[in-house]
Design a protein around this ligand. Structure first.
Ligand code: UT7
Length: 332
């Protein structure tokens, strides 16, 4: 029997208009363009402005573009999964809200929270619904409004994050294209290095939590860096070895964009030349669940049917993982 795989048959990304530059950050906190570029590779990031705007608005823009590009009507979608750490609110799930905003009515939907690895955890999950034969059209969205949990008085984190998202359409493929292999990991002991203290059930919002800036990202940068370099490189090399891939047979590494130095270290361990690595961190910063789909969106015109891609991420939790995807279509 021919194996059914989940093929990505379309991609669309979206970032809000407003651009927050390193120069503007220099006026907000004690930092410099030189420090930010040399330590992270980031030059600017996009920020979603406007009262009442949230992650579902980013996701809805990405999904609208995806449906248009792939000539798909909202009624055809069976399932929508959103990977995010910045839902519009704790509940209902923002995936539900995206469906409502774009007119997806014959589907069910849910959110996945795996911090920066969410898009890969959700890709693994979404692929199973296609491989099992249960569904024919699954939309996977990775989106975050990181500015909503960023403390713009904390120079160690506010220079890193931005807002953006992307969406892919997954459909069954029996010709050997699509999600070939996935591997995900979690290690909850890493939760002490990257977290948001308050707003959940342990520490509900109070005047005290707000005064203490506990509704923002807290990160022990150096610790996370150490684990990220090892975790992302190890799992990417593991994915190559499990599938007998060489640096020559890989078309692109599609890495989570947290720090240019982490991306470079991963590419080096994989033996990849720089032109085989998707990098747009300089223009978007770390958009958490938006990074991988935004890369696919910007490189779509270069991707050819049969290209071997390794998607890799590391993030809070800790969570990390990689996916091996055989690209299923040529540029339009
Ligand atoms: O996506 C989720 C996973 N997250 C990651 O993968 C992020 C991993 N971590 C990192 O990318 C890096 O650790 C950072 C970019 C966050 C920080 O870079 P670093 O090279 O690890 O810097 P550091 O934290 O060791 O700080 C070095 C110095 C410190 O000063 P002292 O103690 O040496 O005097 C900091 O106070 O740089 C200082 N510093 C800054 N200086 C100017 C920290 N932030 C800034 C800043 N501007 N924005």
């Amino acid at each position: 029997m021919t194996k059914v795989r989940a093929a990505i048959t379309g991609i669309h990304g979206w970032a809000p208009e407003y651009i927050l530059t390193n120069e503007e950050l220099e006026r907000m906190v004690d930092t410099s363009d030189e420090w930010i570029i040399s330590r992270t590779g980031i030059r600017e990031r996009h920020i979603l402005k406007g009262e009442g705007k949230g992650t579902s608005d980013i996701g809805a823009e990405a999904v609208k573009g995806l449906l248009k590009k792939t000539n798909t009507s909202p009624e055809e979608i069976d399932l929508l999964i959103l990977a995010t750490v910045t839902p519009d609110m704790l509940f209902p799930a923002s995936s539900n809200i995206i469906c409502d905003k774009v007119g997806i009515k014959n589907a069910w939907s849910f959110d996945i929270n795996a911090a920066c690895s969410g898009f890969l955890f959700a890709l693994n999950t979404a692929a199973k619904f296609i491989e099992s034969g249960q569904y024919k059209k699954v939309v996977l969205v990775g989106a975050d409004k990181m500015s909503s949990i960023t403390d713009y008085t904390d120079r160690t984190t506010c220079i890193l994050f931005g807002d953006a998202g992307g969406a892919v359409l997954l459909e069954p493929n029996t010709d050997g294209y699509g999600v070939m292999d996935t591997k995900n990991y979690t290690d909850g002991s890493g939760r002490i290095y990257l977290y948001q203290t308050a707003g959940g059930s342990v520490k509900p919002p109070s005047h005290e939590t707000i005064d203490a800036h506990e509704h923002f990202i807290h990160q022990e940068g150096q610790q996370v860096f150490k684990f990220a370099v090892k975790g992302m490189a190890d799992v990417s090399v593991e994915m190559m070895e499990r599938n007998n891939l060489t640096s020559d047979s890989i078309a692109y590494l599609v890495p989570h964009q947290a720090n240019l130095r982490i991306i470079d270290a991963t590419a080096r361990r994989m033996g990849l030349d720089p032109e085989k690595v998707m990098i747009n961190i300089q223009r978007y910063g770390n958009t958490t669940n938006g990074t991988i789909p935004m890369c696919l969106h910007e490189w779509e015109h270069k991707l050819k049917k049969g290209d071997n891609l390794i998607l890799a991420a590391f993030g809070g939790g800790f969570t990390w993982g990689a996916a091996y995807v055989k690209w299923a279509y040529d540029p339009a």
